[in-house]
Write a new protein. Structure first.
Length: 240
């Protein structure tokens, strides 16, 4: 009787393995795309994703971030500069003074604050919120920052100030000071970002992941499908 028991070939095993790998990778991209869309859905009315307002303070004349590198190499080949995104900083003074907030190239901030006592923020942690900063010695008071022409974007005055900056390539630092350059800076700061490409990125990632996931499942199904053995043909007996 012919043997038609289903058999598993090396090709079938390879298809199942490749399909499983593709499906796992696709599932990862699917989760990532969904996370992007969830984050995108939390934007405020102005289209910004924002942090909570947290308190920063220093006894010196200025509070500056460490070097923030923005590398847009290759991005200009994909989107125009209008779609790089924007950063928004909201700064509310807590010391009763007029506040200044600005962003400038790090080399210019270093030249401006090089001989002035100031604090550099080296790390920010969450859960709970914490700030690590290093105090640098120097002159007690700084020249009023608004008089300098180094700022790519800035805001200053009484009460909460809002700075909006279009993202540019380079090395940048954010500086928070009293408007008159006196020591003893205290403020609550909230940072936000508006990324026009976020929605498109999320949906394209989800769409591509679904296609790869479907392809991976198809490979698994194809490889796992039993293939019947071909019946053996026995030669007819030779007459004597």
């Amino acid at each position: 009787m012919p043997d038609t028991t289903p058999r598993t070939s090396p090709r079938s095993i390879a298809l199942v393995i490749v399909g499983a790998v593709v499906a796992v990778i696709a599932a990862g991209f699917l989760v990532a795309g969904a996370a992007v869309l969830v984050a995108d859905s939390t934007k405020d009315d102005d289209g910004y994703l924002s942090t909570s307002s947290e308190r920063f303070a220093t006894r010196t004349a200025a509070l500056a971030t460490d070097n923030l590198d923005v590398n847009l190499d290759g991005l200009s080949d994909v989107v125009s500069s209008d779609h790089y995104g924007k950063v928004r900083l909201r700064v509310a003074p807590t010391n009763g003074k007029h506040v200044f907030v600005g962003i400038a190239r790090t080399r210019d901030v270093d030249a401006y604050l090089g001989s002035v006592a100031h604090a550099t923020v080296t790390d920010i942690g969450t859960g709970p919120f914490r700030v690590e900063q290093v105090d640098l010695a120097g002159r007690h008071r700084a020249a009023p920052p608004a008089r300098r022409d180094i700022w790519s974007a800035s805001a200053h005055g009484a009460g909460t100030q809002t700075l909006t900056w279009g993202v540019e390539d380079g090395s940048w630092s954010v500086v928070v000071m009293n408007e008159d350059g006196t020591p003893g800076v205290g403020a609550r700061v909230s940072a936000g970002a508006r990324l026009p490409f976020l929605t498109a990125l999320g949906w394209s990632t989800v769409g591509g992941a679904l296609l790869f996931l479907a392809g991976g499942i198809a490979l698994i199904v194809t490889g796992a499908r039993p293939r019947p053995r071909a019946p053996r043909v026995h030669p007819a007996p030779v007459a004597a």
